[in-house]
Design a protein around this ligand. Structure first.
Ligand code: PGA
Length: 264
């Protein structure tokens, strides 16, 4: 158990959604909810990860919200700086545009776009060098869970990055445990199963870094307003990475409130 002074994070992963007009409306609605019931940044941090071309417009809209909301990139190039890399956006360019947070290693990137441990290590290395905060996603498939390999797979994914993160950079790492079988399926890991895995991840982190008890471990996979309170009550679940439910301002706000209230 973290013991914990960790402020939770609730991050909306919009994936390849929505159209521009809907994105603007979604943010306006979220701001409205936050005006009615504030989520203090002392109780819970909030982030939104829009599509890459919307990062700057979303950031502009979020920057004048009544509470601080971080704009999060969904991915980053494995190349640094600037250069002849068509289609890529480096961590340095994200930071140059005021984007300080990035998701790395989402299972959709790993499975569909071939992000292997070497590519992920490069991305993490350069993102940390650019002083970004990384939400590093880990998680097992259904097959791996059913064959009893879930813990081993997840701990290996943590170990994959251990040699890239320097001792003084762990405070810029957030972990998101997202069992692949729970993503977008409506099936959530039970709070007990999620807590068990989070405690294992915590143990693994503690073996790698003295910062282990200070690292936020988010849960992701069909988090919604209806299950957020139970998940938030688990000792080592320090927030949520929310896909589908983040496309609804009311649900997303409820999830943030669930974690904020738990942390009070
Ligand atoms: P979901 O997605 O909440 O729609 O399951 C979570 C994620 O993939 O980050």
């Amino acid at each position: 158990m973290s013991g914990s002074t960790i402020i939770p994070w609730v991050v909306g992963n919009w994936k390849m959604n929505p159209m521009q007009a809907n994105a603007q409306q979604l943010i306006q609605d979220l701001k409205q909810h936050l005006l009615q019931e504030v989520v203090s940044e002392h109780d819970c941090h909030i982030g939104i990860a829009p599509i890459s071309i919307a990062l700057l417009s979303v950031k502009t809209q979020l920057d004048d919200a009544s509470v601080k909301i971080a704009t999060v990139a969904q991915d980053v190039s494995r190349m640094a700086g600037t250069g002849a890399y068509t289609g890529e956006v480096s961590a340095d360019l994200l930071v140059d545009s005021g984007i300080q947070f990035v998701l790395i290693g989402h299972s959709e990137r790993r499975e569909i776009f071939g992000d292997n441990p070497q590519i992920l290590s490069d991305k993490i290395h350069y993102a940390l060098n650019a002083n970004m905060t990384i939400i590093y996603c880990v998680g097992e498939s259904l097959e791996q869970r059913e064959s009893g390999q879930a813990e081993q797979i997840v701990l290996q994914q943590i170990c994959d990055i251990a040699s890239v993160v320097k001792a003084e950079q762990w405070h810029n790492i957030i972990i998101a445990y997202e069992p692949i079988w729970a993503i977008g399926t409506g099936k959530t890991a039970s709070p007990d199963d999620a807590q068990t895995m989070h405690a294992k991840i915590r143990e693994g982190l503690n073996q790698i870094t003295p910062e282990g008890n200070r690292i936020a471990i988010l849960y992701g996979g069909s988090v919604k307003a209806e299950n957020a309170v139970e998940l938030a009550a688990c000792a080592d679940i320090n927030g949520a990475l929310v896909g589908g439910a983040s496309l609804n301002a009311t649900s997303f706000h409820q999830i943030a409130l669930a974690f904020a209230k738990q942390n009070k």
